[in-house]
Ligand binder design. Structure first.
Ligand code: ZN
Length: 249
């Protein structure tokens, strides 16, 4: 934990999300904030589940998930009855359930019971949290690192719960901007800190595999809430992210 340039006040109502696309390692630390796009400001419900009853309204409620995957295989031009594919529908069903298990998890419940009263008002930062998610447009993976920081106001969250929180939102169909925003909003809602900053750097297979983006570029999104919207605090956060982990860290 490092000392923070503490800046008080600022409501969380004026927060918004920024997005930058470019080469990894450069886009993460944009100069200034003039490039912020107000169109990215989209408040999003944190805990609402989108999981619906199987086959709702589609007349497919009698068809099992595995049968549907078998049908998809044959529509792709495959023979679902050949050896290598026999148990593929079962495996896909299982792996998709795992990759979207975040719908069944409640971030509020995860954070509850892991919040502690403290007399500490310096920046808390958790860097390099591994993240794997699925883009909701193509259902292909995007993956990378999440960096989370906040400045407490009387309460902190147990450090191990921050990666858990990332996991809850990442294990759903996502867009990177919303994932970033949901992590920030959940922390803000749980402990009402002075502010929260979240930066996500990720590579999207839907872009890489289809040749839309160069192989080594990554997309960087950030959400700054409360005092992290002030230049001093945000700069401190970003400069802490830049520091390589060394020695005792
Ligand atoms: Zn996509």
């Amino acid at each position: 934990m490092a000392r923070a340039g503490r800046v008080r006040g600022r409501s969380s109502a004026d927060d918004r999300t920024r997005i930058r696309v470019g080469n990894a390692g450069h886009a993460l630390f944009p100069q200034g904030r003039e490039d912020e796009d107000p169109k990215m400001a989209q408040p999003i419900a944190v805990t609402q589940s989108v999981r619906r009853p199987a086959g709702a309204g589609e007349g497919l409620s009698e068809v099992s998930t595995q049968e549907m995957y078998r049908e998809i295989l044959s529509r792709l031009g495959e023979d679902p009855s050949r050896d290598g594919l026999l148990t593929t529908p079962a495996r896909v069903e299982k792996s998709m359930a795992f990759l979207t298990k975040g719908y069944d998890e409640d971030p509020t419940r995860i954070l509850r019971g892991a919040m502690f009263d403290v007399d500490y008002d310096e920046m808390v930062i958790v860097k390099d949290i591994e993240m794997f998610s699925l883009c909701e447009h193509h259902m292909l993976p995007f993956f990378g690192k999440v960096h989370v920081a906040y400045i407490p106001k009387g309460k902190v969250i147990g450090l191990s719960k921050i990666p858990r929180l990332v996991e809850v939102f990442a294990r759903r169909l996502q867009v990177q901007e919303r994932l970033t925003r949901q992590i920030a909003d959940a922390i803000q809602a749980a402990i009402a800190p002075q502010g929260v900053g979240v930066v996500v750097e990720a590579r999207h297979l839907c872009m890489m595999m289809r040749g839309i983006e160069k192989q080594h570029s990554s997309t960087v999104t950030s959400a700054m809430v409360g005092c992290f919207r002030q230049k001093e605090t945000r700069s401190e956060f970003l400069s802490l992210l830049r520091q390589p982990a060394t020695g005792g860290l």
